[in-house]
Write a protein that binds this ligand. Sequence first.
Ligand code: UGA
Length: 445
Amino acid sequence: MTTTLSVIGVGYLGAVHAAAMAELGHDVIGLDIDAERVAALQAGVPPFHEPGFEQILARGLASGRLRFTTDYAELAHAEVHFLGLGTPQREDGFGADLSHLESAVDALAEVLPARGGAPTLVAGKSTVPAGTARRLADRLAHLDGVHLLWNPEFLREGFAVQDTLDPDRLVYGVHDPEDTAARQAVAMLDAVYARILEREAPRLVMGYEAAELVKVSANAFLATKISFINAVAEMCEVTGADVTDVSRAIGMDDRIGAKFLRAGVGFGGGCLPKDIRAFRASAEEHGVPEALGFLREVDAINDRRRARVVDLAGELLGDLEGRRITVLGAAFKPHSDDTRDSPALDVATRLRAAGAEVTVTDPQALENTRRRLGELVTLERDTDRALAGAELTVLLTEWDEYRDLDPARAAALVAAPRMIDGRNVLDPRQWQGAGWEIRSLGRAP
Ligand code: UGA
C-alpha cells in the first residue's frame, strides 16, 4: 500500500529517511527551510557522503515518488509526516535545542486543517529529551484526526541506508498504548513500514517517554562502553598491558559483547557527544542530577584521550613549535565525510595551538575540514604527499588506506619515522621492524 508522506527536515537523518521511504514505494515529499539543500537533493546531488544514498535518491527522483520543497503548503495532503529535524546542543549549555522541532510542528499545524479531520500521523524521529513528544502533542491537540507518535531513529552514519531499511528494531512511542487513537496511529505507521515488518523486524510499542529514553539511553550506553575501554587504556599505559588484549578477552563474554570496545582517541560525531550532554541536562532539569552524573566522567575520559595524543606528541618531539605533523584522517569515523566534533580535528587544532605545522589528509572529509578549520592547517588529499616531510604522523581516523599503509614505503616518505596510532589499527611490531618509533593509545611503548 502506498502512503503519501512527508519528511520535514532533510538533514542526514531526514534525507536518508525520505529516500528510503520512496524506496519502499511511498510517495514522499521532503521539506527543508534550507533552499540550497532542497535544490541539491532535487538535482540528485547528495549533500553528504553516505554509501548507497546517491543511488536510492536517484531512483526515487526518477520514479517520481520523491521530491523536495521548501513550502509547507505542499505538505497539506500527506497522510503521514515524519519529523527529521536536528536537536543540536544549546548554545547556552548542555541541553538540546528544540527550537527547529517546535517551529516545524507549528508550521505544519498551520497546513494540517486542509485534511478536514482525516486521520493524519505525525511521527517524530529526532533525538529528544523525555517529555518532548508529550509537549509537541499538546501543540497539535486542537487539530482533529492528528496523532503524534515518537519513532526514534537508530541509524549509524556509513550504514544509514541499510539501518533505515533493515533496522534491528522499530520503537513506537504513543501517549497511551491502550488508547484507541494511539492504536490507529500505530496501524498507520505499520502500513508505512509494512515491508520492513514483513522481514520480522521487532516492533515495540510503549509510552512517549520510554521511546524517547530508549534512544538517548542507547547512545549513552555506547558512549559509556567506549569511555570504559578508554579508561582501561589509561590503566594499560601505566601498567604495561595492551588494551587490545584486554578488550578482545572481555568482549568474548556475551554479557559484555565485543562491539564498541575499540580503545583509541574516543567518540565524536553529531550524536554521541551532544546526546550524553543533553541526557545529563535532562536529569538535572528533572531534579536528579546524580542519576546521570557518571556521564560527566564518560565525557571527561573522552576528552583526556584527545589530550593524551598531544602529550604523546610532546614526548616524541619535545617542543612542538614549528614541527611538522601529519594527521591521517579528519572524519569522526571512516566511511563518512562528517567532521562534527571529530576527535581528529580536535587533536589537529590542539597540535596547531601548541605551535606545530599541521597537515591533515582524509579521503572524504577535506571539504568539511576546510569549512571547520579554514586556514589553520594544510589540507592534502594525497596520502603520500601528506606524509612527505612529516616529523610525526598521527593516525586518528581508521580509514582502510591508513590501516593498509606499508611501513617501509611510508618511512621513505616522511622526514622522521615517528607514529602515534590513535585507533590501535597498526601492528606496532611490524612498524617498529620497519624503523618506526610508534606509540599507541592503551599500549605501553
Ligand atoms: C551513533 C549510534 O551508533 C547510532 O546507533 C545512532 O543512531 C546515531 O549515533 C544517532 O544518534 O544518530 P554514529 O554517530 O553514526 O552513530 O557513529 P558511531 O558508529 O556510533 O561512532 C561514534 C564514534 O565512536 C566514532 O567517533 C567512532 O570512531 C567511535 N568509536 C566507536 C570508538 O572510538 N570505539 C568504538 O569501539 C566504536
